[in-house]
Design a protein around this ligand. Structure first.
Ligand SMILES: Cc1cc2nc3c(=O)[nH]c(=O)nc-3n(C[C@H](O)[C@H](O)[C@H](O)COP(=O)(O)OP(=O)(O)OC[C@H]3O[C@@H](n4cnc5c(N)ncnc54)[C@H](O)[C@@H]3O)c2cc1C
Length: 316
């Protein structure tokens, strides 16, 4: 179906990213997934396409403008490599770029922003703590002024890109209880007292045995999956259009997040069912996508928290 929001610029961007993902990522994705890392030069190759420049000033290597449709295209095309870890390893920097551009001093921005946007260096956002991620307002990490600098005490966990990032935006408590007592700090990884430990292997029920038997026709599964994706795309298009017009429809964004992960869960399960045993074998893209669904349903705002936020925004 033709997308009414497509423009020549957006179509060209999509074609460019599709070619990049097909050539530079897809052939290697299984090996990288098994190795648990991607080569660093991929960051720089992707950075050269401008994929982290949305909303970033041109003098820092950014696009000098923002377009939520281009952001959506970036996420869609990278997702098509079939391994969520690739997009997360490179795109983890995106959640720290905006606070760096908005809140850091000119001295810091001049020194680091271009390297992050072009993929030369990595950056991460550190909010989640071992005690819990959803309850951000109850953050325990603290920061105390000591002369002309701050000393941060505490720990963060699940931080995407943390083993390779040079720069971090870290949440820490400087004031009283609740969200208003939290400040964001720009932290460089080479500072005294900073250390990092990799998390062990993430999710996977690799030795368990479950099966559900279905006797439906496959074409109906494809129709159902396709209709759900169409509905989701319409919702995302609507959000992109509103955001390009200066609105931030928080309730709709929250609803889209949990709606998308529920549909992803459905589609990946159905895809695996269609593939049968082959879909369950390591190395099959369907197996990987099925295994990674839960990360999307929990990370960046779990489904429960998104539902809660949506109804609150709706005034209930
Ligand atoms: C692969 C991956 C990458 C991540 N990357 C980053 C990153 O770069 N930076 C970062 O800061 N964090 C990151 N996170 C952390 C992520 O944001 C948290 O996992 C998420 O916020 C949930 O927090 P939690 O895991 O501590 O679960 P908890 O907060 O302990 O929640 C556990 C369960 O309880 C439910 N729950 C909690 N509170 C409520 C409530 N009030 N009402 C109803 N249900 C509730 C949740 O929905 C969830 O199902 C990442 C996580 C993953 C898995």
């Amino acid at each position: 179906m033709k997308n009414p929001f497509d423009t020549p610029e957006r179509e060209e961007f999509r074609a460019q990213l599709k070619a990049f993902v097909d050539k530079e990522i897809k052939p290697y994705v299984n090996d990288w997934d098994e190795e648990g890392k991607i080569p660093w030069d991929l960051h720089q190759k992707a950075g050269a396409l401008g994929v982290w420049g949305f909303g970033i000033d041109e003098k820092y290597g950014g696009l000098g403008e923002d377009d939520n449709f281009l952001r959506a295209i970036y996420n869609e095309e990278f997702a098509k490599c079939g391994a969520g870890g690739v997009g997360a390893a490179m795109g983890g920097r995106m959640i720290s770029l905006e606070p760096i551009q908005r809140l850091c001093s000119s001295e810091i921005k001049d020194r680091v922003l271009k390297d992050i946007v072009t993929g030369k260096k990595g950056s991460s956002l550190g909010i989640t703590e071992p005690g819990g991620g959803s309850d951000v307002a109850n953050m325990k990490t603290s920061a105390k002024r000591d002369g002309n600098h701050f000393v941060i005490n505490g720990s963060k966990t699940f931080i995407t890109g943390a083993m390779t990032s040079d720069y971090f935006v870290v949440g820490a408590r400087t004031g009283g209880s609740g969200l208003k007592g939290i400040s964001l700090f720009f932290v460089e990884a080479d500072r005294d007292g900073f250390s990092r430990v990799p998390l062990d292997k993430k999710m996977g029920w690799w030795c368990s045995d479950q099966a559900t038997l279905y006797f439906q026709v496959i074409r109906h599964k494809l129709a159902n999956m396709s209709s759900k994706i169409d509905a989701l795309e319409a919702l995302v298009n609507n959000i992109c259009w509103n955001m390009n017009n200066g609105e931030v429809p928080v309730a709709e964004i929250s609803k889209a997040k949990f709606f998308a992960t529920k549909e992803l869960e459905y589609c990946s399960s159905e895809a695996m069912q269609i593939m049968g045993g082959a879909g369950y074998l390591r190395g099959n893209p369907v197996e990987r996508i099925y295994r990674e669904v839960k990360v999307m349903a929990i990370g960046g705002g779990s489904e429960e928290i998104m539902r809660d936020l949506a109804v609150r925004q709706m005034g209930y």
